[in-house]
Structure formats: structure tokens, C-alpha cells
Design a protein around this ligand. Structure first.
Ligand code: ASP
Length: 718
């Protein structure tokens, strides 16, 4: 029964150019009224021309002929934060530009369109042989990629990107167009855009207005251009129409966007390791890191502005990993994988002559699972040490500075990994921004807490000997050591370091010999390299190679399964139906939420559940304009679309390709969908587009923006 369900599972993040061949029929059977060509077509405008990769980490969609782009609040948050001060606190109060002139530029932000894509597996794999080591293979592939970049057809303003799919068994080329002048148009206050914060994150029922709005600017020729005040709003090839009709249970929806990373084809042993070793290690460290941040953010408004984005960057995966363990456990994912693997092995071992037997399989794939098992056993302790090292190191910000200055020193001394001049420019560019959002008191506490974990929770072999000595010198009192290191540290203040970097960087590099942070960082890194990194690389390379073979084998042997490539931040379509679900015994969730539920959650003055006065009064008077339905204001809805991080901000489209929602999250019970999708409980969460427009128009008074959009009523045939 389980194996036959493989063929009908609702999962998949599909390549737009293959929809016609692989998915169109099923999409239509689920209710789609348009064709695969309406979604992806290189020769004439199609829906794909309205979809952008937003900053490389989220998705956005063009919703007006003047280049308005919609994405999530949490995707635009860094931009909102960069324009916020105590006096103009746009995170807390929201922001709306009243005209083009008030739209705010964001030097590091960009959006990328996909002009076309193409299967180039043959060209890229020319000269690649199975006996090659991973690095030999990579060099051969890189060489072919460079070649194809030179010869592929493209316009001067376009770029070429080549990516591996199915564990690098296949390769696709993308012709991209990147616009670098993307200005902030508006965002609701975080009490709307991030309503419910961490308590509600990854949860259904949900009431978050998770959206923000930007505008793409282009040169006078409508082509990509660096930021310039004289740039003009971009005129898109295609912008999405917006349906005001909402969704009903069972309606077809699809989500178009750039999902980041999934690992759907891992063997059981790998999933077990994630559940029992890696996720728990990372969760434990983040538990402590978040507690430190929380403590300071709650009592200091300045720190709250500085750390809002950092906090959510740490908290978001932290909570998901916890849900992942629960979901994998509840759906018995490991056992299901084991049954699948047994069937796979059985087919491989079929004696010659039997129906379905292939005598070559045994030689080619006979040992792949057992070799994976052995390799993952070797990975186990190394993977844990890696997680400890990187989780801890990346959260102590003093080490972030030390790492970058030390890297610059290495570049200077021995022509290290990256070029000195380039590194220096980058550091000068980014360090002042870093200090804008840095609190040394918070960071010192972080050091105390996390260094204690680094020392106490691991095999002492993995711990820097210098650090152990220093801690002993302070009678094992880490807080004394923290006083010592942070007390005189030059790296804790912009005014001690930025001027030196500007005037005489060589002098700063000299100080890496005396700076306690630099010296300690060096020793921690050296310890990690010695005890973990080189062995880990070897095992990981072996695993990568085996995973590729296993992927190839599954596609050959388990033919009835619908294979789609794991997410890799490239453009995908996923589709399904609007649908509630049974969360657990006796609990059934509806597919939609309303403003009533938001007001029920309201806790006056609360950090997460406060509701602005204006929204409460709109609720009281039921002043929903054209956006409400039957006296109610829809807020969010769920469907069976298979999404992941990176799909944040993706459009949810109806059967005709109209925008009905904005994807922003998944429901708790099914967040393990990155590893193992289960159609009975995996749901993506979208904010209803009518709520987005209601907030803009009725709450924020930015109805002039709605006028730029094309509103339609497909259910009324309009
Ligand atoms: N809320 C998620 C994110 O920001 C989106 C998802 O993974 O479904 O990563």
C-alpha cells in the first residue's frame, strides 16, 4: 500500500519547463484552467515573467505595470530595519511611501527574473566518468560550465547560471536578468506583519499579515541598472492580476517560486541522524542563544531594533527543526524509508530472468545502501562536532569580527583563499553596518553561555586547548574570562576599529597577534580543522558521491515514483488544493482564518499579540470595503502545496493564474516536508490577498497603490 501511494503523493517542486510533459494532466485534473504554456513560455509572456527571486533568499511577484513587487514581511524585514531608528521606527510603526519620491533605496537588494531555462546535462557531463574523485568531477564540470557560459545565447544585460539537479546527475542552464535598484514602498507594522511572532511561527491557525512591498527600478531603457536617482519604475513583461474572490475548500492552487533546499531522497540512516544527532545539537545551542537575545531585547528598545532580524534568523530554523523531529516521528518516516529501501534492494537482487530483473543493477547499485550506511556511521561524531563549532562560532559576534580580520591577515600573509584588496574593500564596506546592529553587552553574555556549552558538552578533544587553559586560569569561571576578553577588546566598538581599517589596515592586521579575540578564534579554528574538518570533508565527499549514485539508482529502479529534483533555489512550481487537515486525534483544522480569530488572540501591550488600535476599530465597525466577505475579513488559508524556505513571498495562484495569496509558512504538524512529505498533514500557509489589500487600503491609507493593480473576479466571470 505504501509503495502504491508513492505514485499518487501530492508532493513535488517541479521545473516549469517540464510541466507540459510531466504535470499538466494532473494539474488539470486537480482543477487548473490554464495550460502549462501559460505558466512557462519562452516565446511569449507567461506567468513566470512576473516571478522574481527576491534578494536570492525569498520570492517576490510583480503585481503592477509599474514594477510593484510583493513579498513577505519577513523577507523585506532587513530593508525595513535598515531605514529604522528610534525616532522613525518603521519596524514597530510600519512605513508607506506616498509617492515614487518617498520610496527608499536598498543598496544590497536585488531581484532576479528567469528569462529561460534549458537542460544542459549532456554538455556539462562531457568527460565526466564514474571513477573520478569528487574534486576531479567538479573540475571537469566547472570547465564545461565555463565553456557554456561563453557560448550560450544571451543579451548583454543577462547572465548565465548553471545548476546541478538530482544530486548533480543533471544540469540546467538559466538565463537571468537581475535588477539592482529595488526600493521599499511599504510594510505594515510588525504587530500585523509578524503578528504572533515565534509563538505562532510554523503554526496553524494563523493570523499574520506577512507582506511587504517594493518597486523595481530600471534604467531609462527599462533594462537592469545600478541604483541611480534618475532610474524609472520598471515596466514588466507580465504582472499578476489579483482575484478578490478568495478561495473555497478544494480549490486548485499553485505556488510559483524559488524553494531553497530539501532532501527528499536521503536513506533512512541519514534521516535518523538528523533526528537524533544534528537537530538536537543545533536546537540545544539555539535554545540558549535565543534566551540571551530575548532577555536583552525585551528590556531595551534599541537592542530590539538591532536584533529583530538576527533573532528571527536564528529562531525560524530552530523551531522548524523541533517540528521536524516530531513530524518524522509521528509519520514513522524512518520505517517507511526502510520499507522503501527493502523494496529497492529486492528489485536489485532479482535473479536474472525474473520479471523486472536487470542483471546490471546488482553490480552498479548492489552496495550503495550498505556503503551509505557505513559512511553515515563515520559522519555521526564529525557532524555533531561541525554543528557545535559553527552554531556557536557564528552566534558570538566578536568572533565574526575576528574571523573576518584574521581572514584578511591570512590573505595578506600568504595570498590566502581570497584576494586581499577585494577582502579589504568588502570589510570597509560592511563593518560599519555590522556595528550599527551590534550590542557588546549582549554579545558578552552570548560568549559566556555558548562557550560554556562548547567546553562542557563535547569530547575535550574537540575543544581549543588555548581556551581550556584560559578558563583554568580564571578558576573555570567563564564569566571572568568574558570580562577579560571583552574588557579591552578593540573589536567591540566601531570607533576603535573602523578608523584604523580606513587609515592603516596593515596596523590592524598586526594587532591580530595581540587581540585576545583574534588569537582565541585562531586556536578554535585550528582545533576544528585538525580534529574535524579534514576527516569530515573526506567522508562528506564519499557520501555526496554515493547519494548521487543512489539517486540515479532510484530513478532507474523505482520507476513508478514521481521524481522531482530537490529544491536548490531555482524556479519551481508546486500545486495542490485548498484543504484543512486532521492535526491529531480528535482535532480537525479548517482551511481559513478570519479577523475574528486575530482579535481573539489579542493581548494588550504584548510583545507578540498586541493589535494596533486602528485594526481593532476597523474590526468593530466591520469596515472591510471590497475585501471582506459576508461581513468577515479573511486573513490566512492553507493548501497542500509542497513548499519550503525560499518559497517565502511566493504567489499562491488560482486555477486561472490570478493571485489569491502570498505563501509564507507551513503548518507545524507537517514541517518535516523538507525531508519527507505526507499529504495528510503537510500544508503551506498563505496570507489571503484580500487581507493584504485591506491592510494597505483601509488600515494604512495606501489605497493609491491598489489603484496600480488589476483586480478581477474570476468566480463571477469578470
Ligand atoms: N516560513 C518559512 C521560512 O521563512 C517558509 C517555509 O519554509 O515554508 O523559511
Amino acid at each position: 500500500m505504501f509503495l502504491s501511494s508513492l505514485a499518487i503523493a501530492n508532493d513535488g517542486m517541479w521545473l516549469p519547463l517540464l510541466l507540459e510533459k510531466l504535470n499538466e494532466k494532473e494539474m488539470k485534473s486537480l482543477g487548473m484552467k490554464i495550460s502549462a504554456k501559460d505558466i512557462y513560455n519562452v516565446n511569449s509572456g507567461s506567468l513566470k515573467d512576473a516571478i522574481v527571486s527576491f534578494g536570492g533568499f525569498c520570492t517576490g511577484e510583480v503585481i503592477s505595470t509599474k514594477g510593484l513587487v510583493l513579498t513577505n514581511h519577513h523577507c523585506g524585514l532587513e530593508s525595513v530595519q535598515s531605514h529604522s531608528t528610534i525616532d522613525h521606527n518603521y519596524i514597530r510603526d510600519g512605513f508607506w511611501a506616498k509617492n515614487f519620491g518617498e520610496e527608499l533605496s536598498n543598496p544590497k537588494l536585488y531581484v532576479t527574473f528567469i528569462a529561460r531555462m534549458e537542460d544542459v546535462s549532456k554538455q556539462i557531463l562531457t568527460g565526466v566518468t564514474p571513477s573520478m574523485t569528487e574534486s576531479e568531477r567538479q573540475s571537469a564540470v566547472d570547465k564545461n560550465i565555463n565553456e557554456i557560459k561563453k557560448t550560450a545565447k544571451k543579451e548583454s544585460y543577462q547572465e548565465i547560471l548553471v545548476k546541478g539537479f538530482f544530486e548533480a546527475n543533471q544540469y540546467y542552464l538559466f538565463v537571468t536578468e537581475t535588477y539592482k535598484d529595488v526600493r521599499l514602498v511599504g510594510a505594515p507594522p510588525s504587530s500585523i506583519g509578524n503578528f504572533g511572532q515565534d509563538t505562532d511561527n510554523w503554526m496553524w491557525p494563523r493570523h499574520t499579515g506577512d507582506f511587504s512591498m517594493f518597486r523595481i527600478y530600471a534604467g531609462k531603457d527599462n533594462k537592469p541598472a545600478e541604483y541611480a536617482p534618475g532610474n524609472v519604475p520598471y515596466i514588466p513583461k507580465r504582472s499578476l492580476s489579483i482575484s478578490l474572490d478568495g478561495v473555497a475548500e478544494g480549490d486548485f492552487t499553485m505556488v510559483f517560486g524559488f524553494p531553497g533546499k530539501t532532501t527528499e531522497y536521503l536513506p533512512a540512516v541519514a534521516v535518523q541522524q538528523i533526528m537524533e544527532v544534528n537537530n538536537p545539537a543545533k536546537i540545544a545551542i539555539r535554545d540558549k542563544a535565543l534566551a540571551v537575545m530575548n532577555e536583552f531585547m525585551r528590556k531595551d528598545e534599541q537592542i530590539k531594533i538591532q536584533y529583530t532580524k538576527k533573532y528571527s534568523t536564528i529562531a525560524n530554523p530552530w523551531k522548524k527543526w523541533r517540528g521536524e523531529i516530531l513530524g518524522l516521528t509521528r509519520t514513522d518516516a524512518i520505517n517507511k524509508k526502510k520499507i522503501y529501501e527493502a523494496e529497492f534492494q529486492k528489485r536489485i537482487n532479482l535473479p536474472a530472468g525474473r520479471q523486472g530483473a536487470n542483471p546490471q543493477w546488482k553490480e552498479q547499485y548492489g552496495n550503495v545502501l550498505s556503503e551509505l550506511e557505513a559512511a553515515y556511521a563515520e559522519l555521526k561524531p564529525l557532524g555533531k562536532a561541525r554543528d557545535y563549532y559553527f552554531e556557536i562560532n557564528s552566534k558570538i559576534e566578536l568572533f565574526t569580527v575576528a574571523r573576518r580580520i584574521n581572514a584578511l591577515r591570512n590573505a595578506k600573509n600568504n595570498g590566502g583563499k581570497y584576494d586581499y584588496a577585494e577582502g579589504l574593500t568588502k570589510l570597509k564596506d560592511t563593518l560599519p553596518d555590522f556595528y550599527k546592529n551590534y550590542s557588546p553587552v549582549l554579545d558578552k553574555k552570548m560568549f559566556e553561555v555558548l562557550i560554556s556549552m562548547y567546553v562542557n558538552d563535547q569530547d575535550s578533544k574537540m575543544v581549543s586547548p588555548l581556551l581550556l587553559m584560559q578558563i583554568n586560569a580564571f578558576n573555570k569561571d567563564v564569566s571572568k574570562l568574558a570580562d577579560d576578553i571583552y574588557g579591552g577588546a578593540e573589536y567591540t566598538a566601531a570607533n576603535k576599529i573602523v578608523p584604523v581599517l580606513e587609515k592603516n589596515p596593515a596596523e590592524l592586521l598586526e594587532r591580530t597577534k595581540t587581540s585576545k579575540a583574534s588569537v582565541l578564534y585562531d586556536d578554535m579554528l585550528a582545533t576544528y580543522n585538525r580534529e574535524v574538518a579534514s576527516k569530515l570533508n573526506e567522508v562528506q565527499n564519499r557520501i555526496n558521491k554515493l547519494q548521487r549514485l543512489y539517486m540515479q539508482a532510484q530513478m532507474e529502479v523505482m520507476k513508478e515514483r514521481n521524481f522531482y529534483p530537490d529544491a536548490n533555489s531555482t524556479l519551481r512550481v508546486t500545486y495542490g488544493n485548498v484543504k484543512g487537515y486532521n492535526a491529531r486525534d480528535g482535532v480537525k483544522y479548517d482551511f481559513i482564518t478570519y479577523l475574528d480569530g486575530l482579535v481573539e488572540k489579542y493581548i494588550p501591550g504584548d510583545y507578540e499579540f498586541d493589535v494596533p488600535e486602528k485594526l481593532r476599530s476597523l474590526y468593530k465597525t466591520k469596515d472591510y470595503g471590497q475585501y471582506g466577505k459576508n461581513g468577515k475579513m479573511p486573513v490566512c488559508f492553507i493548501a497542500t502545496n509542497h513548499t519550503t524556505g525560499g518559497n517565502s513571498g511566493s504567489p499562491a495562484l488560482d486555477a486561472y493564474g490570478n493571485l489569491v495569496g502570498l505563501n509564507f509558512d507551513r503548518a507545524w504538524e507537517g514541517v518535516m516536508s523538507d525531508i519527507s512529505y505526507d499529504p495528510s498533514i503537510c500544508r503551506n500557509i498563505m496570507v489571503d490577498i484580500r487581507y493584504v489589500l485591506f491592510i494597505m487600503d483601509k488600515y494604512a491609507g495606501a489605497g493609491y497603490l491598489v489603484k496600480e493593480m488589476k483586480l478581477v473576479h474570476p468566480k463571477k466571470g469578470k
